[in-house]
Write a protein that binds this ligand. Structure first.
Ligand code: ADP
Ligand code: MG
Length: 341
């Protein structure tokens, strides 16, 4: 029970900022789901990636046209899995890299796609003069070495294995942990520790002030642990991008935090006939549904948790909705809108 209560608590580090800082009503942080780049129907070719990046870019540019300043974050579940698989398959030829490095690679990959698509859409729509430019940053996010997530890995990455003896061999050889994926087979799971600080938050603030559109905290950010004296050390984990996006949105003092995914809102009784979409809801009401178990870990759970934390930390509004209705979700007319108290 304790752990459930604690997860809704304010981020201690932000407490002073919360009450003192005025929220910036013109600033919106938009978090894009993994499906923004590779939908279920896509093979994942470069053409697929470009097409999907342009869909996301259209929404971003409409919001810029309305006068908002924008920070974009994105997931990397499928992509970090692909890189791990490449490394695994080529390990006899090329030494595999660690998971924090793989996360950094996905920031370059997806950051490039987004920066270029947004830039070119601004050109097409004759809006380049509205902004200084678009930039994607390599971005680290701090996690704690004593996080309980280290002993309970939950994040599925990489290939599916069906042969139990191979799974056993790999766990012995590599020290990897495997869990049964609800979709079938065994899959490697990695820890997903709670993010508490975006290392480059000040850089993002400066870039925004100077008029840049910023792509940051890709894949939840590169996970680093802070050691005594301030040294940072990369750790083998994949941070949840929704929780990391909340940390950044709060640190930036954004008024609006929007999560775009492949479902048109948050439902109670999801997957059942009596499912019901939540349209306007307070954080406290949503917390009740969370405690009742309507939102599973690894999918809707962290989105809802991130939305609750954002408004509790002083944000005006969090929203969760479909990427294809992105503009309306951002303007508050579609999706699930979460408000304080
Ligand atoms: P993303 O890549 O955007 O982070 P996720 O797969 O992590 O997407 O989360 C979105 C998924 O959450 C949806 O596709 C939906 O199937 C699932 N989901 C689980 N529970 C719910 C719920 N209560 N309401 C809406 N969607 C839910
Ligand atoms: Mg997700």
């Amino acid at each position: 029970m304790n752990s459930i209560v604690n997860i809704f608590k304010l981020n201690v580090k932000n407490i002073y900022g919360i009450f003192m800082a005025e929220r910036d009503r013109n600033l919106v942080l938009i978090a894009l789901g993994g499906n923004a780049f590779q939908s279920r129907e896509d093979k994942g070719t470069p053409e697929d990636y470009w097409r999907n990046a342009f869909i996301a870019a259209k929404t971003v540019v409409r919001v810029v046209r309305d006068g908002y300043r924008v920070v974009i974050t994105h997931g990397n579940g499928p992509q970090v899995g692909i890189i791990s698989e490449w490394m695994e398959n080529l390990k006899h030829k090329i030494p595999p890299q660690t998971l924090d490095i793989a996360g950094a690679m996905t920031q370059g990959w997806l950051g490039y796609l987004l920066a270029q698509s947004i830039q070119n859409t601004l050109v097409e729509e004759k809006l380049v003069d509205r902004v200084r430019g678009v930039v994607a940053i390599v971005n680290r996010v701090a996690v704690r070495k004593d996080d309980p997530a280290w002993s309970n890995p939950t994040k599925f990455i990489g290939s599916w294995y069906t042969d139990a003896s191979e799974v056993e061999k790999l766990s012995k050889e590599k020290g990897w942990t495997f869990k049964k994926d609800p979709r079938g087979g065994w899959r490697r799971v990695v820890p997903s520790p709670n993010p508490y600080r975006n290392v480059e938050a000040e850089v993002v603030k400066t870039l925004l002030r100077e008029g840049w559109i910023v792509v940051a905290s890709g894949g939840g950010g590169i996970p680093v642990a802070e050691e005594l004296g301030g040294r940072l050390v990369g750790v083998e984990a994949v941070i949840d991008k929704d929780l990391a996006s909340e940390v950044l949105a709060t640190e930036l003092g954004a008024a609006h935090f929007v999560i775009l995914t492949d479902v048109d809102g948050v439902y109670v009784n999801f997957g059942r006939e009596d499912k019901r979409k939540l349209i306007n809801i307070t954080a406290s009401e949503l917390e009740e549904y969370y405690k009742q178990g309507h939102f599973p870990p690894g999918s809707m759970g962290p989105k809802v948790l991130a939305g609750i934390r954002f408004v509790r930390n002083g944000g005006l509004r969090a929203a969760i909705g479909h990427l294809h209705e992105g503009y309306e979700v951002i303007r508050g007319t579609k999706g699930t809108q979460i408000v304080p108290s």
